[in-house]
Design a binder for this molecule. Structure first.
Ligand code: ZN
Length: 124
């Protein structure tokens, strides 16, 4: 059993540098999305529409709830990306699945650089 675990691949410096660039780009993208959502929320608050106020008094509107959900989802993603960035920057990141300790494919890491699981152990 233990012998099957010997094939551990450690990401090369080039791979880490490449993933770091991908993570940086993703962080920028997500930050922009979060910024836009904050802007949207601000605009909505500034609108002194009595109809909207009435609607909000009877409980948050569906739209507002969706924006909040999206906001927290983007927030979680941003945190995961920051963690990934730190791992890559430290140079200790080997790209192994947290669950089975086997290498996560480079293609997967390129697509989802913040992942800590291989395709078999992904929660998503
Ligand atoms: Zn796994």
């Amino acid at each position: 059993m233990a012998t099957t675990r010997k094939k551990k691949r450690v990401l090369t410096k080039q791979h880490r540098a490449m993933l770091l660039r991908i993570v940086d780009r993703r962080i920028r993208e997500v930050s922009e999305t979060v910024g836009e959502l904050e802007q949207t929320n601000k605009t909505r608050e500034q609108e002194d529409n009595p109809a909207v106020s009435l609607l909000e008094a009877s409980g948050a509107s569906h739209e507002t709830e969706c924006a909040h959900m999206l906001f927290s989802r983007e927030g979680i993603l941003l945190k995961a990306l920051m963690d990934a960035r730190q791992r890559l920057a430290l140079g200790t990141y080997s790209g192994l699945c947290e669950t089975c300790d086997l290498p996560i494919s480079l293609a997967r890491l390129k697509a989802i650089p913040e992942t800590v699981s291989c395709i078999h152990h992904s929660a998503a």
